[in-house]
Design a protein around this ligand. Structure first.
Ligand SMILES: Cc1ncc(C[n+]2csc(CCOP(=O)(O)OP(=O)(O)O)c2C)c(N)n1
Ligand SMILES: [Mg+2]
Length: 631
């Protein structure tokens, strides 16, 4: 018997060397699973993973980020752009560096995109404890801040002995590459163990290919679904992110064209049926279009593909009002496929659509339905034109006339090419974009709307650009999100990555301000203003924040654009820039894009001294009656 050959490495060196050898493959196309490592060093990783990254820097590129939360967003955006077939790893020190990654981890897990997190951890050997930044517990010495990652990770492990990675790393890769299970994977790496040497089996470092499967659904369920479709008169397709991740967009187009069933898209699914298309209804749900929401309301069958059916998509379970509405769900995850008492087709979107279509031979929706779709679509196009063109008659409080957010969206729609990518996450922009934007390419609309995390935008834009350097990336960000996390502009400068950041300044939270008005609270606490000595509230003068100067100081090229003309000019000039560009546009706060036949459940106070709140509660109680159980 020959003894297997061994390689003596530190645990950290072994981790990095292993990661550099992992690839994914789907439909015969291969790519690296871990395309690089983002990090911020501290005592918890500099001598372990830091030393290893230096040693392997030719096979595993290292990127220095400015904030640990941001680097996880960057990794998640990268993975989303690569349809979850490739991602980035993130290394942090122990303590605050690690917990800074928690928000990013939650975002990745909720959005079902893979990220590999390698937080440093307290000494497994415990001798110097408590080390700097160590959380102590009086009940256990087996607790650190990294335990906080458990609920937000799809796989979590702590490597207390160097040999544990031999079994932990393959499990971590399995989860990262599983379409059904993917999300944040956290391997907590104690500071002392990172630096410890072990004789690892050489096979651990052999190149390995993780084949991403296209699971097929159960045959009987497929037949049941086909029967349901054949007996439906007013069906609708709801396309979620899974359609895009599965590269099922052509299959969806063929399915829709053959059956005549119109398609509404979730935030993650927008672009699944690129526009213009006679069956594209645009966004669906709380921030959906009138076209999609009317069709959804009357649908007797909803065929959901690759969606989590979040409250935004279902308009808090009020979107589907047909008395006997039924659901069919196509999803790789049983969790999602089981929602709304659907006929669950647990499988890959493309594989299932391709198998389902021949089972529907001869089926097509009726002429009345087709006419309704076409009327809804032209009515909606007219509305988009109206909203995007609408100037602002009123003078802004400062005596200046400001452009509206919808006008800027209209300008961007004209200025960007079909394969350019817009990136957005939080505030009032996602809803407006979901309604107004026409996605002309499946990868052209990048919204993080599972976690809707303020601060994702610029960090995410960086990840998108790294994943698709050939595309122009345009980040849309509100002033609130920008102030929360703009520092990755510096990382983009460092990497010489160009992206256009359009920063819409409405002095605070137009979105939550509007919501506050709607629940009767009058926008309380949502404006960026001085505290007013007279009222004691934050309703004084506007704050003297100069966002343009801020962006310039980080190394971006900056334009201050107050008119649509100047925004157009800046967009054209930014196109040739080799570094991040920031176009700062003051926009009118109160010019909102309306909702269209939809609703979102935000409970209003049942008792209050404010009459507006009580009125809002009354309206809320009425609206809530439309919420349905699908059992
Ligand atoms: C990290 C985080 N904190 C809080 C929220 C809640 N929230 C949603 S939108 C918003 C305001 C966003 O302000 P801004 O970026 O200026 O966009 P606007 O609402 O003005 O369009 C807040 C506070 C969030 N989504 N994410
Ligand atoms: Mg704002």
């Amino acid at each position: 018997m020959t003894t297997p050959s061994r390689v003596r490495l530190t645990m950290a060196q072994a981790v990095v060397r292993f990661l550099s050898q992992q690839r994914t493959s789907r439909d015969g196309r291969e790519q690296p699973l871990i395309a690089g490592v983002f990090g911020i060093f501290g005592h918890g990783n500099v001598a372990g993973i830091g030393e290893a990254l230096q040693a392997f820097r030719t096979s595993m590129p290292y990127y220095l980020a400015r904030n640990e939360q941001a680097m996880v967003h960057t990794a998640a955006a990268f993975a989303k752009m690569r349809n979850r077939l490739s991602t980035l790893a993130c290394t942090s020190s122990i303590g605050p560096g690690a917990t800074n990654m928690l928000t990013g981890a939650a975002g990745a897990t909720i959005n079902r995109v893979p990220v590999l997190l390698l937080p440093g951890d307290i000494f497994a050997g415990r001798r110097p404890a408590p080390v700097l930044q160590q959380l102590e517990s009086s009940q256990s010495q087996d607790v650190s801040v990294n335990d906080c990652f458990k609920p937000v990770s799809r796989y979590w492990d702590r490597i207390n002995r160097p040999e544990q990675i031999v079994t932990a790393l393959p499990e971590a890769m399995r989860v990262l590459t599983s379409p059904a299970e993917t999300g944040a994977v956290t391997l907590a790496l104690p500071q002392d163990v990172q630096a410890e040497a072990f004789d690892y089996p050489a096979e651990l470092f052999e190149p390995r290919i993780w084949t991403v499967p296209r699971a097929r659904a159960d045959r009987d369920r497929m037949q049941e679904a086909a029967r349901l479709i054949r007996s439906s008169a007013r069906p609708i397709l709801v396309a979620g992110g899974g359609v895009i991740y599965s590269e099922a967009t052509d299959a969806l187009r063929r399915f829709a064209a053959a059956t005549g069933i119109a398609v509404g898209e979730t935030q993650a699914g927008k672009g699944a049926l690129p526009e213009p298309h006679p069956l594209a209804l645009g966004g669906i749900g709380a921030t959906g279009t009138r076209a999609a929401n009317r069709l959804a309301r009357d649908a007797d069958l909803v065929i959901v593909i690759g969606s989590r059916l979040s409250d935004f998509t279902t308009a808090s379970k009020t979107a589907f009002q047909h008395e006997r509405v039924r659901f069919i769900t196509i999803n790789v995850a049983e969790l999602d496929a089981g929602k709304h008492a659907a006929v669950p087709l647990v499988g890959d979107a493309r594989a299932v659509l391709e198998e389902l279509l021949p089972m529907l031979a001869g089926y097509r929706v009726g002429g009345e339905y087709e006419a309704a779709v076409s009327v809804a679509q032209s009515d909606w196009q007219a509305e988009v034109g109206r909203v995007c063109a609408a100037g602002l008659p009123a003078e802004a409080p400062e005596g200046r006339r400001r452009v509206t957010q919808a006008q800027i969206i209209g300008v961007l729609q004209d200025a960007l090419g079909p394969t350019d990518v817009i990136v957005c996450a939080a505030g009032s922009l996602p809803g407006d974009l979901h309604k107004l934007w026409r996605a002309r390419d499946p990868k052209g609309y990048h919204l993080e709307y599972g976690y809707s995390c303020m601060g994702y935008e610029i960090a995410g834009g960086l990840g998108v650009k790294m994943a698709a350097p050939e595309r122009r990336v345009c980040v849309l960000v509100g002033d609130g999100s920008y102030l929360m996390m703009a520092q990755e502009i510096v990382t983009a400068v460092q990497e010489r990555l160009a992206m256009t950041i359009v920063l819409l300044d409405n002095r605070g939270f137009a979105s939550i301000g509007g919501l506050s008005e709607a629940v009767g609270s009058g926008g309380f606490g949502t404006q960026y203003r001085y505290r007013n000595a007279a009222t004691g509230d934050l309703d004084g003068d506007a704050l003297p924040v100069d966002l343009a100067a801020n962006a310039e100081s980080l190394g971006a090229r900056v334009w201050r654009a107050e008119t649509l003309e100047s925004v157009r000019d800046a967009l054209a000039e930014a196109r040739t820039e080799q570094r991040p560009s920031v176009i700062v546009v003051p926009v009118e706060r109160e010019a909102r894009v309306p909702g269209y036949d939809s609703w979102w459940d935000v409970p209003v106070a049942e008792v209050s001294s404010r009459r507006d709140v009580l009125a809002a509660r009354e309206a809320y109680d009425v609206a809530r009656q439309k919420e349905r159980d699908f059992l």
